[in-house]
Design a protein around this ligand. Sequence first.
Ligand SMILES: [Zn+2]
Length: 233
Amino acid sequence: MRVLAVGAHPDDLELLCAGTLARFKAQGAEIFMAYLCTGDKGHFEIPGPELAEMRKKEAAESAKVLEAQIRGGIAPDLELYHNAETVGAVIDLVRWARPDLILTHAPNDYMVDHYTTSQIVVAASFTASLPNYQSELPAIPQVPALFFMDTLGGFNFQPTEYVDITEVMETKEKMLLCHQSQYKWLWEHDKIDYVEFMRKLAAFRGLQCGVPYAEGFQQYLVFGRVRPQRLLP
Ligand SMILES: [Zn+2]
C-alpha cells in the first residue's frame, strides 16, 4: 500500500492524520507526506522567507519519524489558488507518490488554504490518471481512493470511519512537536497549546468509537474512488 497525505500547511498532517500514517507504516505501507503552502505567514517575529525555510526543516524532521518521503511548498500561505499551475504541481505530486490512497483536508475546513487544498487534491488526483495530461511523470494506473481528514476543532465534520490511534499517540505527539515554530505562534495568535488541542480532538473521536484516542475520516464516495474492502488501518 502506498499512502499520500496532503495538508495545506507543514503541520496540518500531524494534527489530523499522523496517527493513521503511523498505523499504515506499522502495516508496511510506504508513506508520502506533502503540504501545499510554505507556512511563511505563521509567526509574529520571524520574516516569511526565513520562516518558510525553518518550517521546511521542521516538516522534514517530522517525516523522518515515519521514514516518510516529503515534498511541499508550492505557494505562500493565503496565496494558494485553484488554477492550472497549482493543479499541475499537484498532479506531479500524485504521480510522484503513485498512491493507492490519499488523505487530505475536508472541503469545509476552517480557512481558505485548507479548503483550496481539498479542491486541488480532488481535481489533480483524478487528472493524474489520464495519460493525455502530459507532465514530467507518467500517469498513474487508477484514480486513487480518497479520504477527507477531520476539520480543525471537528466543526461540521461527522466521521464515517475511525482509526484507533491509542498505541501510536506518542509518535503523533513526537511528530507534532517537531514543529516548534508553531508552538509559540499558536499560543500567541490563537491561545492554544497545540499538543493539548490535538489530544482533545483525538480523545473526542476516541470517545465516539470506544477507544482512548482516534482519528476520524470521511471517505470521498464517488464513482471510481470506492473499493470493496476497508482501506484504513
Ligand atoms: Zn493549516
